[in-house]
Design a protein around this ligand. Structure first.
Ligand code: DSN
Length: 465
């Protein structure tokens, strides 16, 4: 295996070395896949993940994922399985459910959803009938596909009534109340994927309660902040909460559905409806190795240090937002309260998110293009860039490092200030192809990539957190 010696020395406590030492059989039996695992490990080490929905799991979570639980079918629930041999699986799932109940303070949790979209689908199946109206945040305002975007099956099977943010990125509860009274939704989603501000759960509850709708919080992005006390919990206000487990919560790729006491008071059968919606309604056997990994992540989130981690995510996001603002960028809502920053690049031309996405990627800074509220461009060529600090904070980066990141973004912006992304398709393709070529030939990118790599090597991804 071609491993740079200096590199492994620098990272003697890192995930790279742990990965290498764990893979002797894989290297012998399938060197191609082993090499890809190492290449991806190195990509993550040498670049900086600023995608707000990504994070770096601990070595313990990775170890739980790579276990014999992956071999076992466990359709059903503890004590009620369709397969034999589930006595250990029952103990595992029960333990993980209990941890989630304790961490989030709820009476019921299902830890089986394969990921966020299946979790959200199961909530629809459990709570409303086909054709019923529901409200969710429009994708272009930062909602998720499954909150009713027109291309999602959720908008085909149920009647989607989207609500939007104001042009300055704020919720408009008066407008929402008007929509709710007009369409009488049976379910209202709160939460999203590009929301830089605190979500005022109580305001949502007023709207949902006024029309007797289920209120469901999708806390996928902020579950770790809620667990760590850096964002108010929705549990007193909503009936159901869904979350992925791999974002700020820093677990494996999976999801959970939780029913609150308010949810039980509305419908005591909600837990059993959700259980049935997952299996046999929508999924087959749970991925028990993922369930084990979720259990480890929940245990980590219950440790005192996790509060500090959540606080540092927000501190770093504030520092990054402030430095970007000082550098002259426009941020949706003017800043951030959480882990996420949405840059509005439209003051320098609409549709420029793609340029930043690809240019920064070439420099080893991984962020993603994103629509901004009232975006005048299409979702594939949006005018925004979404950034976040959960992964950088896991590496131990500080507010000073966030200032450096903002400075690199500003240098890139200056470098491409004359490039526009035209609305005309053919012209756009021509300009973007020329831009892609410049990413290879222009020495600016290699120089900046080296600077990013140097910073990243000062902060190896820890094998333990
Ligand atoms: N893909 C997730 C995100 O990046 O926010 C949402 O599902």
């Amino acid at each position: 295996m071609n491993v740079n010696h200096h590199y492994t020395e620098t990272l003697s406590t890192s995930r790279f070395v742990c990965t290498l030492s764990r893979m002797s059989r894989l290297q012998d039996q399938d060197p191609d896949i082993a090499q890809l695992v190492l290449d991806e490990t190195r990509r993550q080490e040498d670049g900086l993940t600023l995608i707000p929905s990504e994070n770096h799991t601990s070595g313990a979570v990775l170890e739980a994922l790579a276990t014999v639980f992956t071999d076992k079918y466990a359709e059903g629930y503890p004590g009620r399985r369709y397969y034999a041999g589930n006595e250990v699986a029952d103990r595992l799932e029960t333990l993980v459910v209990e941890r989630a109940k304790t961490l989030f303070g709820v009476p019921y949790v299902n830890v089986q959803p394969y990921s966020g979209s299946p979790a959200n689908f199961a909530v629809y199946l459990a709570t409303i009938d086909p054709g019923d109206a529901f409200m969710g945040l429009d994708l272009l305002s930062g909602g998720h596909l499954t909150h009713g975007w027109k291309a999602s099956a959720t908008a085909k099977l149920w009647k989607s009534v989207p609500y939007r943010l104001t042009a300055d990125g704020r919720f408009d509860f008066e407008h929402m109340m008007k929509l709710a009274r007009e369409h009488r939704p049976k379910l209202i989603w709160c939460g999203g994927t590009a929301l830089p501000r605190t979500i005022p759960w109580a305001e949502f509850a007023k709207v949902a309660d006024a029309v007797g709708a289920y209120l469901v919080a999708d806390i996928s992005h902020i579950a770790g902040l809620i667990a760590g006390g850096a964002h108010e919990s929705p549990m007193p206000y909503v009936h159901v909460t869904t979350t992925t487990t791999h974002k700020t919560l820093r677990g494996p790729r999976g999801a959970m559905i939780m029913v609150t006491q308010k949810g039980l008071d509305k419908d005591a059968d909600l837990p059993s409806k959700i259980d049935k919606a997952i299996i046999p309604g929508f999924q087959g056997g749970p991925h028990l190795n993922t369930v084990a990994g979720i259990g480890v992540a929940l245990h980590e989130a219950m440790q005192p240090g996790f509060k500090d981690y959540a606080a540092r995510i927000v501190e770093n996001a504030h520092a990054l937002a402030d430095a970007l603002t000082e550098a002259g960028f426009t941020l949706v809502s003017g800043g951030t309260d959480n882990h996420l920053i949405l840059m509005d690049l439209s003051p320098t031309g609409i549709g420029r998110g793609m340029l930043f996405h690809s240019g920064l990627e070439r420099m080893g800074l991984y962020a993603n293009k994103n629509a901004v509220p009232n975006d005048q461009s299409s979702p594939f060529y949006p005018s925004g860039l979404r950034l976040g600090t959960p992964a950088a904070t896991t590496r131990g980066m500080t507010t000073a490092d966030m200032k450096q990141v903002a400075s690199w973004i500003a240098q890139f912006a200056e470098h491409v200030k004359d490039i526009q992304v035209p609305a005309d398709k053919a012209e756009r393709q021509r300009i973007l192809k020329a831009f892609d070529r410049s990413l290879i030939t222009d020495p600016f990118y290699e120089t900046l990539r080296g600077e990013v790599r140097n910073l990243c090597r000062r902060y190896p991804i820890p094998a333990s957190q």
